[in-house]
Design a protein around this ligand. Structure first.
Ligand code: MUC
Ligand code: MG
Length: 371
């Protein structure tokens, strides 16, 4: 069946976070969602979302640039062109270099619309859901150890999360390591705690810190060194028993293959934004599976639209390290009618065709930038 896109619209939506979210490269007080709407034949609408972290702090695409890319370069490639599915869309988008975050928003919107056209959920277009719920951890990043411990205890007590990731790499090495160890000790052996350094360390710092974190029972060490320094990541993964998780260093299937060829033996953080959409992220997942690399479902701190898009993709996989699809919970509000369900450490895949979510257009207009 073919889908014809008639119009492409974008909005930039700024939503405050529930508390400052402190990462090695930025502290977030709000998140910008670049929302894409594809208006298609028969009144079908597809929705997608592109996010990043801290403007240009995380990667080379800002939310503003994503919007221009979609409006000026993607829209003319799609409008009026019948597309037979997500592979046909990928072929069209392949003439545009890079800009995977913007492409991810477009691929998501296309999958939502195509699912509505054929009467199937997005997961079914991507291979079929093997899981209706997925584990979802919470990230502690208030910038204060005691606050993080209180936050984790409250979440454990409510049952919403059973596992945590810590953001480190902004402070000095010893305080960062002490911070992680204190939290791990406060939460106990049974609770998974992993650290994300977001490229904050040199190799020497990583060599000093990782043995201490490993001895304290930290379960994963995410992207300790600069993304370009693949040899360091490969080396660290070989040296330590604790699993090294590649995030910024692994975007799409080609980069995954390059890391595997260099002998990387850790795990990969999948993100729809890094790969250029849910379908593209699964290509990386399948390369990793073939090489025996374990997987983790990552977020670019998306709101509900992007989170659900990723969830449809992750539901087709077996993710040894679970997911961090908590993005909507970090935001004070969103642009959907029904929030997602998080309970017992898990997030449920919504039912319905396409993404299975309903957009609250009043809220979208309320939060959308006017200039
Ligand atoms: C990242 O680098 O992993 C994921 C969770 C979070 O708090 O930040 C993101 C980005
Ligand atoms: Mg990360």
């Amino acid at each position: 069946m073919q889908l014809v896109v008639e119009e492409v619209r974008c909005w930039l939506v700024d939503i405050p976070t529930i508390r400052p979210h402190k990462l090695s490269m930025a502290t977030m007080g709000s998140q910008t969602l670049m929302i894409v709407q594809l208006r298609c034949q028969n009144g079908i609408q597809g929705w997608g979302e592109g996010t990043t972290i801290g403007g240009l702090s995380y990667g080379p695409e800002s939310p503003e640039a994503m919007r221009i890319t979609v409006e000026r370069y993607v829209a003319p490639l799609l409008i009026g062109q019948p597309l037979s599915g997500v592979a046909a869309l990928a072929e069209k988008l392949a003439v545009l270099r890079g800009n995977n975050f913007a492409k991810s928003a477009v691929e998501t919107a296309f999958l939502d619309a195509y699912g509505k056209l054929v009467g199937l959920p997005v997961a079914a277009l991507l291979g079929g859901a093997r899981h209706q719920t997925l584990p979802a951890l919470w990230t502690l990043a208030s910038g204060n150890t005691d606050k993080d411990i209180d936050e984790a205890r409250a979440l454990l007590e409510s049952g919403r999360h059973h596992a945590f990731k810590l953001k480190i790499g902004a402070g000095d090495l010893h305080s960062d390591v002490a911070h992680a160890i204190r939290i791990k000790q406060a939460l106990g052996d049974a609770i998974h705690v992993h650290v994300d350094v977001n490229q904050g360390w040199t190799m020497a710092q990583a060599l000093a810190a990782i043995p201490r974190l490993q001895a304290a029972g930290i379960t994963l060490i995410e992207q300790p060194t600069a993304l370009e320094d693949i040899d360091q990541l490969v080396d660290l993964a070989k040296r330590f028993a604790v699993t090294l998780l590649a995030d910024e260093a692994v975007t799409d299937a080609k980069q995954g293959l390059a890391l595997i060829r260099q002998g990387f033996s850790g795990a990969f953080a999948l993100k729809i934004a890094k790969a250029g959409g849910p379908f593209q992220a699964l290509k990386l997942a399948h390369v990793a599976e073939a090489a025996g690399i374990s997987l983790y479902g990552g977020t670019m701190l998306e709101g509900t639209i992007g989170t659900v898009a990723a969830l449809h993709a992750w539901s087709t996989l077996d993710l040894e390290w679970g997911t961090e699809m908590f993005g909507p919970l970090l935001l004070k509000d969103d642009v959907v009618v029904h929030p997602l369900t998080y309970q017992q450490g898990h997030l449920s895949l919504p039912s319905g065709n396409g993404l299975g979510i309903e957009i609250d257009e009043d809220k979208l207009m309320h939060y959308a930038r006017t200039a």
